[in-house]
Ligand binder design. Structure first.
Ligand SMILES: [Zn+2]
Length: 303
């Protein structure tokens, strides 16, 4: 599933002969309701993505199911090890070579968050006023404190006013998957230019918020890294979900039985299936455990 849609995977090459695998990391190209799945488990980030994340042009940054790893030069050897691992018999893909748990320092303590609002020449106006932004961030803080039993809290600095983006809405909409990265970069630059105290590098996390200009999602975020888009999803439900990704959490998944209602029989994962809890992840939770408390708010956002 991707963004709530069921995709038909098209396999080719080596992976066409893999058999059933659980937790197989995939990337590829989506056309309509089909996905051409790449033969390699990990994807190399483009130059533009690297710039956004502050990586040098010479570094090789690989994404394995959204988890990033940086290599000083080529990542071919690592990719080979991943391929070897998934070729092993059995449904469970051994991903220990790629496991990157968030550190305790990353997920606990008091975190500073920079909240940057942006607007466009053809869509003028602050997307969310100061009072509302503060309200949602206060509730996000409350949620994080509550669910971490006081181990994690946030302090938000709201950049005054809206930063005008260099391009009109249409420009970003014409290539959302690439140009959303430009939004992060332009927003950060504009905030820093307004006042040096709004330099995103001095904060643990930063949020770039704008009115809904992209279809299909309310917020997106890097997993285990900073960088968070709010695409009209100004409620704390969305913000805390996306911050969870920054903190290192993946989606909860629901197990959908394919025969009767037997939960221990055959079935499949639905990444967005668990809608009563914010993440409820049972894997790679790091030091933050969000599984024990539930909320009726659910989640509606996607990474
Ligand atoms: Zn998500």
């Amino acid at each position: 599933m991707l963004d709530g849609r069921v995709l038909t995977p098209r396999w080719h090459g080596r992976r066409a002969h893999l058999g059933s695998k659980e937790n197989l990391p995939v990337h590829g190209i989506v056309l309509g309701d089909q996905m051409a799945v790449a033969d390699e488990p990990a994807r190399e980030l483009s130059a533009r993505e690297k710039t956004v994340l502050g990586h040098g042009a010479n570094e090789v940054v690989m994404s394995l199911a959204g988890e990033l790893r940086v290599f000083p030069s080529a990542a071919a050897a690592w990719q080979e090890r991943l391929i070897t691992a998934e070729q092993l018999p059995g449904p469970e893909v051994q991903r220990s070579v790629a496991k990157q748990k968030p550190s305790k320092a990353w997920t606990t303590g008091k975190k500073s968050v920079l909240f940057i609002r942006v607007d466009f020449s053809d869509r003028e106006g602050n997307p969310i006023n100061d009072k509302a932004a503060k309200f949602e961030m206060d509730r996000t803080d409350e949620f994080l404190r509550d669910n971490s039993y006081g181990k994690l809290s946030i302090e938000t600095t709201i950049v005054p006013g809206a930063m005008r983006m260099p391009e009109p809405v249409e420009w970003y909409q014409s290539d959302p998957e690439e140009r959303r990265y430009d939004l992060l970069v332009s927003a950060r630059d504009a905030a820093r230019k307004l006042d040096a105290k709004y330099n995103y590098r001095d904060y643990d996390f930063y949020i770039v918020a704008f009115t809904t200009i992209f279809e299909g999602w309310a917020g997106r975020a890097y997993v285990n890294n900073t960088g968070l888009w709010i695409n009209g999803g100004f409620s704390n439900d969305t913000i805390q979900h996306e911050l969870g990704h920054n903190l290192g959490l993946y989606h909860a998944n629901a197990w959908v039985p394919s025969q009767d209602d037997n939960p221990i029989g055959p079935g499949e994962h639905d990444e967005y299936g668990e809608r009563t809890i914010t993440w409820a992840t049972t894997r790679r939770t790091g030091t933050l455990i969000f599984t024990s408390k539930t909320t009726s708010r659910g989640f509606r956002t996607r990474m």
